[in-house]
Write a protein that binds this ligand. Structure first.
Ligand SMILES: Cc1cc2nc3c(=O)[nH]c(=O)nc-3n(C[C@H](O)[C@H](O)[C@H](O)COP(=O)(O)OP(=O)(O)OC[C@H]3O[C@@H](n4cnc5c(N)ncnc54)[C@H](O)[C@@H]3O)c2cc1C
Length: 489
């Protein structure tokens, strides 16, 4: 029987892969997408890390835990009395699982709508044949109600003129300390702890560590974050990071910087973490569980890169050019498995751009206008250059800030932490970066992204009518602050 032939085969159904598949189908190509992620019953769970153990479940838990904290600590100031506040962790985690499933099912629906052929299994590159790339699909044919009951491997080969690899990334483990997802947790285990740990250690104070540490702190854990770097959130604008740190300290999130983590020993009773503080003093932290969030490793497991000569760099990422071309003809790669920020929206934009390039169009991703968000409370969001980057590059700039404490909507919300900050070219007033710490920073940053995409100046933002009362007025006022003419501060 002849192999099934497609114009485009996408390996990986996370945000990079599934969006690439849909865009390619919209452009008129015949498209297949292969994804191996299994749900608890062994069935498909499209959406990759983002949907299953990343962006979506973490935001669901952040929302629930924030409600819990508000009900316990902040409702009283609104005159709302909460008696007998309790936590049904099962229900909270169950809600998160439902949201994940809605997203999994939504992507399957989108595949049907766009006529993308879906294969549930592992895709491996075999060889470049005359009609295109041969891809082996090892399909798990599960016959039982759960993945572990009875699943056999069936294999088939499909052929694609173009291949887009979007195989994502995995959590990095501490050397010699593998994840057991019980005591030593990756992001996966950290999103489904079955009881609120009394004491929790988080190793790594990046986005994932801060978000998941916040979730469990709000639910009642005593959380200590151990960070190897001497600076808190080194990639964030210093002024913004300082403000965020003050807020986390107030909340009781303990953050230790400049530490060296030694032995991490799990036992039935908990985990002992040996570490040295910034002064070089040896310490032991005894906790119930440890979340290890020290970064992610590009994933090419099972893809067969060596056999086909697909070039990887020293980190194991697939080497691509600016347009996501690999060293192999008609093989492209996008998302976490290539260079650049490990963000879902970056993966999606690359997926769209590659599909459009295959169609002879000019898809493009502007790395300077990719927004970054940390969904803690306060939220932290930024786009473009930080003040310290501009200083280091010797760029003449002007900065302006506006505090949420002077914004009417923030006062009404009862959340006046933080500020909006603009940095702009001193001569032309072009916006070079926008940095926000405060309520709904994740939503507010979009205005800054649009402005920077259109190479707007602070004056442009200042002249735009912003709704009153709204948090976005703080954005307008921060733009005015660059010219030292705020109206409400
Ligand atoms: C806790 C956490 C929170 C996060 N929150 C955010 C956030 O709020 N915003 C944000 O932008 N980013 C966030 N991220 C990062 C985001 O999840 C990733 O950047 C994004 O998922 C990358 O998309 P991708 O398509 O490249 O890879 P993935 O999402 O990792 O998808 C890869 C898919 O490919 C499949 N696969 C791998 N190899 C094969 C193979 N050989 N054959 C078939 N299938 C294969 C995998 O099973 C997976 O389904 C978060 C990450 C974590 C861990």
């Amino acid at each position: 029987m002849a192999n099934k032939q497609f114009d485009v085969i996408v390996i990986g159904g996370g945000p990079g892969g599934y969006i690439a598949a849909i865009r390619a189908a919209q452009l008129g190509f015949s498209v297949a997408c292969i994804d191996e992620w299994k749900n608890a019953k062994g069935g498909p769970a499209l959406g990759g890390t983002c949907t299953n153990v990343g962006c979506i479940p973490s935001k669901a838990l952040l929302q629930s835990s924030e409600h819990y904290e508000h009900a316990g600590k902040h409702f009283a100031e609104h005159g709302i009395e909460v008696k007998g506040l309790g936590l049904k962790l099962d229900q909270l985690l169950g809600r998160k699982d439902k949201i994940v499933k809605q997203n999994n099912d939504g992507i399957q629906f989108l595949f049907k709508k766009n006529k993308v052929t879906f294969f549930h299994g592992r895709g491996s590159l075999v060889r470049e044949a005359q009609t295109g790339w041969e891809i082996k699909v090892a399909t798990a044919t599960s016959s039982g109600p759960s993945a572990s009951t009875s699943s056999e491997q069936a294999e088939e080969t499909i052929v694609g003129k173009h291949v887009i690899v979007a195989t994502g990334s995995n959590a990095r483990a501490l050397p010699g300390v593998p994840f057991d997802e019980d005591r030593i947790l990756s992001n996966d285990g950290a999103l489904r702890i079955q009881g609120v740990p009394k004491k929790l250690a988080v190793i790594g104070s990046g986005v994932v560590g801060l978000e998941l540490g916040s979730v469990w702190r709000r639910l009642g854990s005593d959380v200590t974050i151990l960070e190897a770097l001497p600076t808190f959130l080194g990639a964030v604008d210093e002024q913004i990071a300082k403000e965020a740190r003050k807020a986390f300290d107030r909340q009781g999130l303990k953050i230790e910087l400049g530490v060296k983590v030694g032995e991490v020993k799990a036992a039935n009773a908990g985990v002992a973490v040996e570490w040295t503080n910034a002064k070089g003093e040896a310490q032991t932290l005894k906790v119930d569980r440890v979340i290890v969030s020290i970064g992610r490793v590009p994933n090419t497991f099972g893809l067969n890169p060596e056999a086909v000569g697909l070039k990887l760099d020293e980190r194991g990422a697939i080497v691509v050019d600016d347009e996501c071309r690999t060293n192999l003809p008609n093989v492209w790669a996008v998302g976490d498995v290539v260079r650049g920020p490990m963000l879902a929206h970056k993966a999606e934009e690359e997926g769209v751009a590659v599909a459009e390039r295959i169609a002879g169009q000019h898809g493009h991703v502007d790395f300077n206008t990719i927004p970054w968000v940390i969904y803690t409370s306060p939220e932290i969001a930024w786009v473009g250059q930080t003040e310290q980057q501009l200083k280091a590059a010797g760029v003449a700039y002007q900065a302006g800030t506006f505090p949420f404490a002077a914004n009417g909507r923030a006062r009404a919300l009862g959340d006046t932490t933080g500020m909006v900050k603009f940095v702009a070219d001193a001569k032309t007033d072009e916006i070079l970066g926008v940095h926000i710490v405060g309520p709904m920073a994740s939503e507010l940053i979009s205005e800054a992204v649009v402005a920077m995409e259109f190479r707007a100046s602070c004056e442009d933002i200042a002249r735009i009518c912003h709704a009153h009362p709204s948090l976005s007025e703080a954005t307008k006022e921060a733009a005015l602050a660059v010219d030292k003419r705020t109206l409400n501060f």
